[in-house]
Design a protein around this ligand. Sequence first.
Ligand code: SAM
Length: 111
Amino acid sequence: MNQMLYRRLIQLSILKNIRIINWKKDSTILDIGCGDGSMTSKLFKELIPNCKTMTGCDINEDMIRFANEHYASERVNFTTLNIEGELPDQLRERFHHATSFYALNWYRRQE
Ligand SMILES: C[S@@+](CC[C@H](N)C(=O)[O-])C[C@H]1O[C@@H](n2cnc3c(N)ncnc32)[C@H](O)[C@@H]1O
């Protein structure tokens, strides 16, 4: 699928559903399977209201390196994580919400 069309479809889907989600004020959000971080950054800046911090995670170290170089800021950070394994202590009970876009279908262990 054309990359621009893909991004537009994600954004339309988020915009459609964003009103029905009761986003906590000053929320901390984990974006699972964040890829290059561009969508995580857009979510933080434009789409999710009252977001305090956003953490993107991905199994792919190259993606996380790119994300940290291009999209990290004081309140947006990226970390390497295989979501199929145990959640490290420093990420436990830290987040109010979790998002994941076009990533869950990639996980081999779905439970
Ligand atoms: C199609 S990309 C979506 C990227 C991003 N969410 C977006 O919308 O632009 C799917 C991502 O899931 C990641 N992924 C696949 N298996 C994973 C796992 N077990 N744990 C964390 N991330 C994983 C891949 O490395 C890839 O970057």
